[in-house]
Write a protein that binds this ligand. Structure first.
Ligand SMILES: Nc1ncnc2c1ncn2[C@@H]1O[C@H](COP(=O)(O)OP(=O)(O)O)[C@@H](O)[C@H]1O
Ligand SMILES: [Mg+2]
Length: 365
């Protein structure tokens, strides 16, 4: 998959911008706060139908304007596509794919795939479970039809259930209905998470071993809300979740909150049998994240037969020379957009496409 051309209108600090990308490595450089990350954010938008960092679409609109327009031309194995998005302050965004309007932004997903790696992911191993879940969910959404919709459904069910639990005398029948629904949606999500964590692990394991010169064995463990899921089918998972919810009912009534389900799960990373969150050095943790991100690339390729576009936001300066060179050496036959403030410390590959960004203007140099 190759991002060919990006157009921005009243988007973030860009008034009007047209930008072509190179097919391989693109180095986007410039001082701080000039608009480098904004470009990667726009590209990410076309993969997930929303920003990776804004809480609302309106944040993407240039201050003082009521509408932004962003447009991406990209090619996949079969053709060239254009996705056009108009974002408004006061109404729903309008998205067209090859001039055909879509109703939900979830229809956008799986047309254009990316793997995003920014500084916020460097602490993936140490941070709370939310970041690890989000990272996994973004990956699976780009591979599996219906997964994103299931996550949306889960969110709605949990919100209604929490509203119910916060009432003075929650209706028990209503809670039963919520838990029935929750367990069905949970089974669907859990089945996918179990499968893809093990798929990711098999790629990441090899990468970790390689980066660490054969000294680090990586293991990933799915900390599922019902414990070990191996050998369970969808119905087995559903009934185990339902039983767990029944058991948790008195506690959930007490704390007025839903405490069991995919929205509370986690993934554990282990190096040579030791939990990395507790026992690994910062360097080892960076390697784990790197191995995971490169594993995401390989998994998307294996599952969709397309290379995703790799978005590396400001992380080269956070990695030492060996790890930097490893990433650049590893990546062939794919497009990468790298942002950085200076290109000196980085061995910019021969033939890389350079884009300079200054105060909301980007130009190829
Ligand atoms: N909605 C917006 N309207 C106008 N400017 C914005 C908007 N959102 C962010 N900016 C500006 O964009 C700049 C940050 O861009 P960013 O891409 O994060 O910078 P960097 O080059 O450091 O990656 C800041 O100057 C910020 O004020
Ligand atoms: Mg930035």
């Amino acid at each position: 998959m190759i991002a060919l051309r990006l157009e921005l209108e009243n988007y973030r600090n860009y008034t009007r911008q047209e930008l072509d990308f190179g097919e391989g490595v693109n180095v986007i450089y410039g001082d701080n706060a000039q608009g480098k990350t904004n470009i990667l954010e726009a590209v990410y938008f076309f993969a997930m139908g929303k920003s990776n960092r804004a809480r609302t679409d309106a944040e993407l609109i240039r201050y003082g304007e009521d509408k932004a327009r962003i447009c991406l031309e990209f090619s996949d194995r079969s053709r060239t596509n254009v996705i056009d998005a108009e974002i408004y302050r006061d109404k729903r965004k309008k998205i067209q794919i090859n001039e055909i309007p879509i109703k939900r932004s979830s229809e956008l997903v799986r047309r254009f795939n990316v793997v995003y790696f920014g500084p916020e992911y460097l602490s993936l191993v140490k941070d709370g479970p939310g970041v690890r879940r989000k990272n996994l969910d973004i990956l699976i959404s780009q591979i599996k039809p219906g997964y994103m919709a299931a996550l949306g459904e889960l969110k709605k069910i949990v919100e209604s259930k929490n509203a119910l639990l916060r009432m003075e005398h929650p209706n028990k029948t209503m809670l039963d209905i919520m838990d029935d629904k929750l367990s069905v949606t949970a089974a669907n999500i859990i089945l996918h998470r179990a499968l893809y964590i093990s798929r990711i692990e098999s790629f990441a394991r090899e990468l970790q071993f390689d980066i660490s010169n054969g000294t680090e064995e990586l293991e990933m463990k799915y900390k599922c809300c019902i414990g070990d899921v191996s050998g369970l089918d969808s119905e087995g998972i559903r009934s185990a979740v339902r039983a767990k919810l029944e058991e948790a009912r008195p506690r959930e009534m007490r704390v007025c909150e839903s405490t069991i389900g995919p929205h509370r799960e986690d993934i554990g990373f282990f190096i040579n049998g030791m939990e990395a969150r507790l026992y690994s050095s910062q360097g080892q943790q960076k390697t784990i994240v790197m191995a995971n991100k490169l594993a995401e690339v390989e998994l998307i390729h294996a599952e969709t037969n397309e290379m995703p576009v790799l978005l590396l936001d400001d992380i080269m300066s956070e990695l030492d020379r060996t790890r930097r060179d490893y990433i650049l050496g590893r990546i062939n036959n794919m497009q990468i957009l790298i942002t950085c403030t200076d290109t000196e410390g980085m061995k910019v590959p021969e033939g890389a496409y350079r884009i300079e960004v200054e105060n909301g203007h980007a130009r190829a140099v």
